[in-house]
Each structure stands twice: as C-alpha cells, then as structure tokens.
Write a protein that binds this ligand. Sequence first.
Ligand SMILES: [Zn+2]
Length: 239
Amino acid sequence: MRACLKTHMHERHRLGSSKADSGYYTYWRDLLTTKITDPKLSNAFWKDGRVNHAERRTVMKYRLGVLSNNKLTQWLGYSVTPKCSVCPGDDSALHILSGCQHPTISKMITERHSKAGRLVAQAIAKGEYGANIVFTAIGSADKLAADAVTLPEEATNRTFPAWLLESLSEDSQTSCTRPDLILVTPSTTCPPAHDNATIPALIPARNRDIHLVEIKYCEETHGPRGSSSLSMPRHNTPN
Ligand SMILES: [Zn+2]
C-alpha cells in the first residue's frame, strides 16, 4: 500500500520520491515524536514583529539545511574551499550562526547571547525571585540599564559575591567558568529558621539552594562555543 501510494503520488504530483532516510527527514520526524521542543516558542519568530522577512527566511534555510555556506557549495561543486570567507574556521551553517571567529561577528554572537540573558534576567527580576539574583554575566551594568533590567546592585558587576564562594581564592573566582546567572534561594529541603530567610547573603550556607542559569543558542553545546532545544539537531550532511 505504502509503495503504491508513493508511486501514485509521485506520478500525479511529483511528491512521492522524497527520501525518508535522510538526516533532515529524521530530525523533523523526531521533533514530532519526541516532543522535546515547544512548538509555540520554537515558531514564535513567525509572529514576532521584531523579526523581519529576511531573518525568517534565514531561519527556515538553516532549519532546512540550505543556508548557503562554503562547506555546502563545495559539496555541490561551486566552491573550491570549505573554509569560512572571513575567518580561518571551517564554514557551515552552524559556523555562520554561532562559531565564526571574525572579530566583529564574534562580538555580535556574544552580544546576542548576552541580550537573551538580559531578557531572561528581566523576566526573573519581575517575579518573586528577583531579589534572589546574586550574579550575572550577561553584559555590563550600563547594558543592563539600557535594557531596563533592574537587579540587586551586587548582581550587576560581573563578580561573584564574596560570601558565595568563600573557599575559592580570588584568582580561582576570576578564572573559573561562570554561568550566565546565579540565584540563591532558601533551601526547599532544609529551610532556614530566621526572619531574613529570603535575603541571599543572610541565608546560612547549609540552607542555600543555588540555581545556575545557562543560556544556549542553536547548537552551542556541541559547537565551538559550547543546544537549545528550540533548534534542529546536529546535521550529518553539509550545512
Ligand atoms: Zn568564520
């Protein structure tokens, strides 16, 4: 039945010969079956007035694996190199979106990340845990202010609060990897018994729950910068 239907559809509508074992076919099918993405969030860009038509088109080209890049054009025979045109890295759709090391593009990628972080911080700051944000690494105090993100002052200087990691030396504190945002709340399993329970610095160390917020774009956890469940999985064909 399946083969007959395929033959029929192809003869009448030229639709029946699509490959059902390709990477992209699998990715799209898995999106439907695994439900790891939120369809509403993942497709919000269609209705967001801040996203223009060209940007929507780029998103769909990326999702469908047809965003032009030297890896793809070389594979198709239109380019002599798979290297990026503006940095020494290997070109790919992912390289364009989050891996290019060209100084200007690299700064744009970092700023995009920070901007998303400021949106998340802004949302948390407006909620009941706003006062529990103790650290952010999502841009300077000026940038936070420019985006109208109001946080407790100590959370805006990109430095760990002295009381948070007392056992770490100053050198270790500046050299260790840092999350985008840290919240300290009273422990849900061992709540403190005094009145200042909600002021992070006054919560005894043993009574703290520490929440780390890390924001990822595209496939950053696989790529040079480090996946958002909102994007497509890794590609095994030129992209
Ligand atoms: Zn590049």
